[in-house]
Write a protein that binds this ligand. Structure first.
Ligand SMILES: Cc1cc2nc3c(=O)[nH]c(=O)nc-3n(C[C@H](O)[C@H](O)[C@H](O)COP(=O)(O)OP(=O)(O)OC[C@H]3O[C@@H](n4cnc5c(N)ncnc54)[C@H](O)[C@@H]3O)c2cc1C
Ligand SMILES: *[C@@H]1O[C@H](CO)[C@@H](O)[C@H](O)[C@H]1NC(C)=O
Length: 502
């Protein structure tokens, strides 16, 4: 079947979803495709950098669920970007439900390394409650609006039953561990607090089998390989889009005009918008003319887009166990099960739940990745690097009880203040449902309209119904919108005939 491949298609944003859309359209023969990108680089939230001699990730870190159904795993394998362990059937078959079974070291604010066995009851209870939080999606009638309230109330109930014979100190320590786990989830979900994550929609997020793995040569290798099939000059860099004018009524003209910051105007049949949800929240009123329909706008507002940042820290020698994969820092004064810091300017560092260990050691040396979410993380971004380094050093000295530990170097991400991202990734906010993600991906004009179809399409992480917040989700949305256009033109030879009869 012949496809009309002359359509003019503009893709806004050269993150992985924009690249995926372009790659598929070009492969289908469309030759008037271009990407307009605000920054001077491709990749968006996939961003590989250096810490000393080490290749480190400033944005996306893992392939979540590397197995057959995961398109990122497929591509990475095809391009030869993965370590052999990641390719083993055992690795792919491991079903970790989004939480890899990393070996933990747990330190407390009184400078002790805690016995992990003593804390297993708390870790186990928390894991159970996260699983239970996912179950409301299909059932409805959830007892609380948000995950934080649900977990706190259930822990209180269960602790009263199961831990009633436990001494006060141990019980209090276990509750402080719950606070730490809530902070972990703030980072996982990209939320300020688990009180802002909707309980009814929490189960919308789906995981794939496979033990999370990384790109030894950097995540950007994925972007580079995908882009290698695109014609040279397809991407225009440093070209921020100011406004997408759609529903142009001028006869014989193009239905959409993309207006750039420098005044440049690009006429198009179709525009695929891939800008992050954080950017949409902030700029929707100026980015679209006419404005977005209300149901779409309300979904943009209801969905959450919080901040999660990394603080990468290198040491001369490790202060953690050889087999340790994740370090938790438990504050003994936090038995109230809190994931928010009362005085952000003074105590922001308390939001940092701990560190993941970069492995293998032969490759990275002794490098940790600290994780900090929420408003505390946004405040951290405003501080000079020196001050962040000082706070992290003091923190580690306190928790290890070792006053001599000094990092060799440090680097942090600043995703909230990135003007083209405005945060990290999407989570379902309170009151969200599957309909919100449907609204996110719905093209303009909406079905009932008489005007030219598929003028503005929406891709990007925040438009995937169950893999939002991930790279594989972003890739799938780019392909989805490319396919929408490809099938539109594949069927229009027959529909043109019917149209001409009208
Ligand atoms: C700290 C962090 C850790 C993460 N870890 C993981 C992980 O381990 N695994 C995982 O799967 N995912 C992870 N993610 C999420 C993952 O990075 C994203 O889901 C994915 O990269 C999003 O791709 P995208 O194409 O939807 O958006 P983006 O990559 O954000 O691309 C959007 C592009 O649009 C551009 N843009 C914005 N506004 C304009 C404008 N007005 N005009 C023109 N261009 C514009 C931006 O510059 C950007 O290049 C992480 C994200 C962060 C921030
Ligand atoms: C688009 O244009 C049509 C025809 O002029 C008009 O009826 C419709 O209201 C417009 N839609 C929007 C969202 O402005």
């Amino acid at each position: 079947m012949s496809v009309n491949t002359n359509a003019r298609i503009v893709i806004v944003g050269c993150g992985i979803s924009g690249v995926a859309a372009a790659q598929r359209l070009v492969k289908a023969g469309f030759h008037n495709v271009r990407i307009v990108e605000a920054t001077a680089r491709s990749g968006g939230r996939i961003k590989t950098g250096r810490l000393g001699n080490n290749i480190v990730e400033i944005g996306a870190n893992w392939i979540h669920g590397p197995s057959e159904e995961n398109p990122v795993y497929h591509l990475a394998r095809q391009y030869g970007l993965l370590d052999p362990e990641a390719l083993t059937p055992e690795n792919q078959a491991m079903d970790v439900g989004g939480h890899p079974p990393w070996v933990p070291n747990i330190f407390s604010s009184s400078g002790r390394k805690l016995n992990v066995e003593d804390l297993y009851p708390a870790l186990e209870m928390f894991a159970e409650l996260l699983d239970e939080s996912s179950e409301f999606q299909s059932r409805g009638g959830e007892p609380w609006t948000n995950v934080g309230d649900f977990i706190r109330s259930k822990v209180q109930q269960r602790a009263a039953e199961k831990w009633k014979d436990i001494d006060g100190t141990t019980r209090s320590l276990r509750l402080s561990v719950i606070s730490n786990m809530l902070k972990v989830e703030c980072s996982v979900n990209g939320a300020h607090s688990m009180d802002e994550v909707g309980l009814g929609a929490y189960g919308l997020y789906k995981t794939l089998p496979g033990l999370d793995c990384t790109f030894p040569g950097g995540y950007e290798g994925l972007v580079k390989n995908l882009m290698s099939v695109l014609p040279a000059g397809l991407v225009t860099y440093s070209q921020p889009v100011r406004c997408v004018h759609w529903n142009n009524t001028e006869k014989r003209g193009y239905p959409v005009t993309v207006e750039c910051d420098d005044g440049n105007k690009i006429a198009a049949d179709h525009v695929i918008v891939t800008v992050p949800l954080g950017y949409l929240k902030k700029h929707h009123s100026t980015l679209f003319h006419p404005p977005l329909p209300l149901h779409k706008l309300h979904s943009i507002q209801r969905l959450g887009f919080g901040t999660n940042n990394k603080i990468l820290v290198e040491f001369d020698s490790p202060w953690w166990d050889t087999d340790c994969e994740v370090i938790h820092l438990v504050w003994e004064d936090e038995d109230a099960m809190v994931d928010q810091v009362p005085d952000v300017q003074r105590y922001w560092i308390k939001k940092l739940f701990g560190f993941t260990v970069l492995k293998p050691t032969e490759r990275y040396g002794h490098v940790l990745c600290g994780w900090i979410a929420g408003h505390e993380s946004e405040y951290m971004e405003t501080l000079p690097e020196q001050e962040v380094s000082h706070a992290v050093t003091q923190l580690i000295r306190r928790f290890t009880g070792n006053p001599t530990i000094t990092p060799r170097r440090i680097m942090r991400s600043q995703w909230f203040h990135d003007p083209w991202t405005c945060g990290s990734y999407t989570h379902p906010g309170k009151g969200c449902s599957a309909q919100d993600l449907q609204n996110m991906m719905e093209p303009l004009p909406t079905k009932s309209s008489q005007s030219q179809p598929l003028q503005v399409l929406f891709a990007g992480e925040a438009t995937h119904p169950c893999y939002f917040s991930t790279v594989h989700g972003a890739v799938l949305t780019g392909w989805r919108e490319a396919d929408r256009l490809i099938s539109h033109y594949s069927s229009s030879s027959s529909s043109e005939l019917t149209m001409s009869k009208l």
